[in-house]
Design a protein around this ligand. Sequence first.
Ligand SMILES: Cc1cc2nc3c(=O)[nH]c(=O)nc-3n(C[C@H](O)[C@H](O)[C@H](O)COP(=O)(O)OP(=O)(O)OC[C@H]3O[C@@H](n4cnc5c(N)ncnc54)[C@H](O)[C@@H]3O)c2cc1C
Length: 283
Amino acid sequence: MVDILIVGAGPAGLSAAVNAVTRGKTVRIFSNKENYLSKAERVDNHLGFYNISGKELMNKFKEHAEAMNIKIEEGKVVNILPMGESFMVNINGEIEEAKKVILAMGISKVKELPGEGRLLGIGVSYCATCDGMLYRGKNAIVWDQSKEALEEANYLSSIGVNVTFVSKRLRSGELNESIKYINGTISEVVGSSKVEAVVIGEGNVPADAVFMLRDAVAPTALIEGLETEGNFIAVNKNMETNIEGVYASGDITGKPLQLSKAVSEGLIAAQHAALQIDKIKEN
Ligand SMILES: Cc1cc2nc3c(=O)[nH]c(=O)nc-3n(C[C@H](O)[C@H](O)[C@H](O)COP(=O)(O)OP(=O)(O)OC[C@H]3O[C@@H](n4cnc5c(N)ncnc54)[C@H](O)[C@@H]3O)c2cc1C
């Protein structure tokens, strides 16, 4: 079990990691792709740095973390399950137990579809390698929303799942010939106690499962019952969410969407989480 698991290795996540390690805590930090800051041509408003590119600054943050033996691991966190005193975190099929979790996923561009959260785990999946085997011989939809979707559709087909690939793009020559293809987008997941169909355009397409292979997961789908304010996660001044032991920091908690705010919130979350872990140890 790790003390603190951090979702996202942007400025907020890395700051949380550095501060957790400074407080003597064990940390695992996961990120699934390049972060926002790397896209900034020039940053002038982060104290101590003037006229620096976002990429350069991000490299400095990573070097800082690595110098403190923090390993930034590539992986998309797809589910967080509260287990009383700890959390079971699913990172693309790998399960890690953590005492505290810090969400630092950046601004969320992902909105849950109607039916998605309710049917998560009973047909809705974010990870082909985690859940694919459950649907051998059954009908699954793969929704193309990331560059990995095609590869994952081929993987599902190779293990015996009857795959239909739904995409806004033209059919790729790399898609296995046996995979059916629908040009379109999904607007709803339908089913009562499990997935029964997805809505595409005006019609229902029957399915036992739908793999939503996006780069990101909507925060509310990541962990059940997470309170939001508009598009952001609601937090108190310790960066605690409404779920005890789960913190949030950075762009994901709201405006201003700025680097220095992300770094300070990462610090606050990590220090408070570390303090709570120490309190439990003392008792
Ligand atoms: C073009 C541009 C210019 C900017 N210029 C400035 C500037 O000059 N000054 C300034 O202060 N700010 C600037 N910003 C804003 C700044 O980049 C953000 O405020 C900052 O990056 C927020 O940090 P964060 O850690 O909260 O999120 P992010 O930097 O977005 O990092 C979040 C990370 O989490 C990862 N992630 C998401 N979901 C998951 C998941 N389920 N599992 C694993 N990982 C996940 C993402 O892939 C990402 O790597 C700029 C932004 C842009 C786009």
